[in-house]
Structures are given as structure tokens and as C-alpha cells.
Design a protein around this ligand. Structure first.
Ligand code: GLN
Length: 483
């Protein structure tokens, strides 16, 4: 068995050379080591060594039989809000602690069909509500760069598992930043595709107009390959509208696939000044300035742009996501879904015992903003401001900007337990929530460090321009590697 056999580029793993069984054994050894002892990262909620090896044996057989699969033998971890056969799907909630899904999410079916080995399910904030993985019923995930700090959230387990070298790639979900922010905190690449590019069938819904499945990898190429495999129209999710086999079709009718095209000319990069606030961390600001220098050196034009409604994004996101969460989570009543507990009214007792404090806060807030007396004042107003935030982006992209560049988060990873006030936690989504409201693709990639902690830079593109975004990120990754 070769150590680190699972940490080569995904395309190399898939091409063979080392057997899938050896790759998977190296991966599972790293998972078991990382998840044992008092310093365990707590990145995984469940994993199954034997089942992973059995999948790897099948991948080796398929390859021996002549199959050419894009992810043959590539170990992948899944956020535990994605329905999977053979492993629990808990959403890091007591409510679903014993839930096993009778069906599988479309992304999981696509990964398996591409030859991937599903190794386990990763930790998250309960029902993906949070920015630190601290609201998990199974305890927080630690940051591999500093175990006293959070891994970010809500996909903290997926980000930490990739950053710690347990798995080469992982899947997460991003509603208001839950792929991008933990990617930034852990120093890995995290992509949120255009809303509608990846099927959400089998993703446990939090806020349906915002939820999107995304990917984590060690490099831009790895993330792009994974994204290609899971993208595409799905008759089980009418909001997933893009045909993967034909490549991504943009508005002008051109087709292209992520990761395949490189920028034909260096892109014009817009830098929204609203994303460089007075209270942001100095180290984050400096890392962004260095990244912009590197992009300039690579021939990119850098332009100042304004997205004037940015500061409203967090409150608007809070209202809309809570409203949608309050209706989506109504199904967890101990009757249709969820464990039953307590005495007295079974629905009330099950929800009281099953949900944690943050989930209850969101359900109450959401119920309030949708209530007959307050609907106009909060929910309708939030929808109107959402339209303004979306228009800000459209104006920037119609004025000759190819991609936007911003910090992913205002600060690097904070200490576990440091943010006790919910509003300061919500405020950490300032740079990621606007993109979600507008349904745009965005990604975070490592651009340096501040006080020894990773810093992420965010690229944002217009709807369906995932490809242009990935090309810009690859350009920056290469430019920074040369420095
Ligand atoms: N941090 C945001 C929230 O708490 C985003 C979570 C997510 O994207 N799932 O809602």
C-alpha cells in the first residue's frame, strides 16, 4: 500500500496505475487516524471501511474490464445532509440520528456511476444552519490548521476532511456560503455552481430557492472534474436544467464544460469596493491585494465596481432562508419524518427534543416573517431587496466585467466557542450570501495566509458562466504558484 496514494490529482487516480483498492485503503487509514484519539477532527459522522473497499474492488474490476470512468477509484466524502444508501443521513440532528434514507441523491448516483468510492458522511451544522459546524448534534469539527479553531460551516466536515488529507475530494451544500466559507477557513478549493446546474434531488432541503450542492478539492482542476460529473439536468429535480452530456449551454447557445476551457484572453476582473470593509482582517486584505497583483501580472485588467445593495444581503438572506426553512422543516414531526420522543403531543414533543437551539430559532423567525400580520413588512420586503441585489450583479456583468474577485470571508477561522451571539455568526456570511441570493456561481480558493491561518479568495461569475469562473481561478492558482 502506498501512503498518500489517495492524494494525487483525481484524474491520475482515475487513470489507474495504483489500484482503487490501494487508493481506498490509504484513504481509509487516513480517515481512521484522523478520527481517533482525543485530538480527532470530528470531520465524519459515519464511515464504512469494508463498504469502501468493496466499492474499490468493483472499480478495479470495471477498469480491468475496459471501462473508462472519470472518477474510477476516487474516494469521495459526502456531507451528511445528502441521502445515501448504506450509510445514515443525520443532518447532524438528533431528529434524524437514526435515519437511513430508502433512496439515493442524484449526485451520489452520478458519483457511483463515474466510479467514485463513497467513503463516509461528513459533519455539518444541524440541517446546514450555521457558519462553524458548532450546531452539530455530534459536536464541532476542528480546523486541521489549528484544532482550537472552527473548520467553518456548514460543510465544515467536508472541508476539514479534504484539508487534512483524509479524502482527496468531498461534496457539500451551499445555501448562504456553506461550501465557500469552510473552504476558505480550511485552505481548500470549494465551488458553488450556478443554482440549477446540479440536481438537489436527495439533498435534505433547508432553503430551496438558495440551496445548491457544491464540491471541495485540493486544486481547481480536481474541483472542476468533480463538478462536471455531478452537473446536469435531472428529471427528479425540475430546477436542475442544464444538460451535462452536451456540456453547459449558455444564453448565446454555446456549449462548454467546466475545466475544459481555458480563458482565451485574460479576464476582466471587477473588484467590488463594498467587499473591502473597514472591519475586515488586515491579513485577509493583504492576501487579496497580493492575489490581485498576481492577476495583474498574468495580464488581467482589474476594475473597481460597485454593488451598492451588498450591505442588505445578510438581513435579506436571514429572512428568506428562515421563511423557507420553517416550511421545509415542517415534515420533521416524528410521524412522517424524524424520531418520536417525549410524552404528550407527539409532534410537539418530538420537535422540542429533536431540534437544537439554532434550528428552533430559524423556524420561529421564519414562521414570524411569514405570518399574516408581518408578511409584507419582512418577507415581501426581503424579496424586493433580493431583486435589487441581483440587479447589482447583472449591471456589473453587463458592463464588461467577466468575473468578480472578493475575499470569501472577512476574517480567517475563529476559535471554537468564540461567536456566541447569533448575529455575529450571521455576519460572517457578508461576502457569500449576496451571491446565493442572486443564484450565481462562486468559488473560494486558497490565496495565502494570515497569522498562519488560510485565507480564501472568491471568484463570482454571471449565471451559467461557471466555466469562466473556473478558468479565472485556475489562472490565479497558477500565478500564485509561480510567486
Ligand atoms: N451560514 C449560513 C446560515 O447559517 C449559510 C449556511 C449554508 O449555506 N447552509 O444559514
Amino acid at each position: 500500500m502506498s501512503d498518500g496514494a489517495h492524494l494525487r490529482p483525481l484524474a491520475d487516480i482515475a487513470r489507474g496505475g495504483v489500484s482503487a483498492v490501494d487508493v481506498t485503503r490509504a484513504c481509509m487509514t487516513a480517515v481512521v487516524n484522523g478520527e481517533s484519539g482525543p485530538d480527532r477532527l470530528n470531520a465524519f459522522i459515519s464511515y464504512d471501511y469494508e463498504a469502501a473497499i468493496a466499492q474499490a474492488e468493483r472499480a478495479d474490476n470495471d477498469v480491468a474490464g475496459g471501462a473508462r470512468l472519470p472518477l474510477a477509484g476516487v474516494p469521495v466524502a459526502l456531507k451528511d445532509n445528502i441521502c445515501t444508501l448504506g450509510l445514515p443521513t443525520t443532518c447532524a440532528s438528533r431528529m434524524l440520528a437514526r435515519y437511513r434514507s430508502p433512496y439515493e441523491a442524484t449526485v451520489v448516483r452520478r458519483l457511483r456511476a463515474a466510479g467514485a468510492v463513497i467513503v463516509g458522511k461528513t459533519n455539518l451544522d444541524e440541517f446546514a444552519m450555521g457558519s462553524s459546524t458548532e450546531t452539530s448534534a455530534f459536536g464541532p469539527t476542528r480546523n486541521p490548521h489549528d484544532p482550537a479553531r472552527v473548520a467553518g460551516g456548514s460543510s465544515g466536515g467536508s472541508a476539514a476532511a479534504v484539508a487534512a488529507g483524509m479524502v482527496p475530494a468531498a461534496i457539500g451544500s451551499d445555501t448562504g456560503g456553506s461550501v465557500r466559507q469552510p473552504a476558505a477557513f480550511c485552505g481548500v478549493v470549494g465551488v458553488r455552481p450556478t443554482w440549477g446546474r446540479v440536481s438537489r434531488y436527495g439533498l435534505v432541503a433547508f432553503a430551496s430557492s438558495l440551496d445548491q450542492i457544491g464540491v471541495f478539492g485540493r486544486t481547481v482542476d480536481d474541483a472542476a472534474l468533480l463538478l462536471d460529473v455531478i452537473s446536469g439536468a435531472d428529471r427528479l429535480d425540475p430546477t436542475a436544467v442544464i444538460e451535462a452530456h452536451a456540456g453547459v449551454v449558455d444564453k448565446s447557445g454555446r456549449t462548454h464544460r467546466s475545466g475544459k476551457a481555458d480563458a482565451v484572453r485574460p479576464p476582466v476582473i471587477g473588484v467590488p469596493h463594498e467587499y473591502f470593509t473597514d472591519d475586515m482582517d488586515d491579513g485577509v486584505r493583504r492576501a487579496c491585494e497580493r492575489a490581485l497583483d498576481a492577476l495583474r501580472g498574468a495580464g488581467c485588467a482589474i476594475r473597481d465596481v460597485s454593488l451598492p445593495h451588498t450591505r442588505h444581503a445578510v438581513p435579506v438572506y436571514s429572512v428568506i432562508s428562515a421563511a423557507e426553512a420553517s416550511t421545509n422543516l415542517a415534515r420533521f414531526d416524528g410521524v412522517r419524518y424524524g424520531g418520536r420522543s417525549g410524552t404528550g403531543d407527539p409532534v410537539e414533543a418530538s420537535r422540542t427534543a429533536g431540534f437544537g437551539a439554532e434550528v428552533k430559532r430559524r423556524i420561529m423567525l421564519g414562521t414570524y416573517v411569514l405570518s399574516a400580520g408581518h408578511h409584507d413588512e419582512y418577507y415581501d420586503a426581503a424579496q424586493r431587496v433580493r431583486a435589487l441585489i441581483t440587479r447589482d450583479f447583472e449591471q456589473a456583468f453587463s458592463a464588461g466585467i467577466d468575473v468578480l474577485f472578493t475575499p470569501t470571508a472577512p476574517r480567517p477561522a475563529f476559535a471554537i466557542g468564540a461567536l456566541t451571539d447569533p448575529c455575529s455568526m450571521y455576519a460572517s456570511d457578508v461576502f457569500t450570501a449576496p451571491v446565493s441570493l442572486a443564484g450565481l456561481p462562486a468559488m473560494s480558493l486558497p490565496i495565502g495566509s494570515a497569522d498562519g491561518l488560510p485565507v480564501g479568495g472568491q471568484f463570482i461569475a454571471a449565471r451559467w458562466q461557471d466555466d469562466a469562473m473556473i478558468a479565472a481561478a485556475r489562472l490565479l492558482e497558477q500565478a500564485l504558484a509561480r510567486r
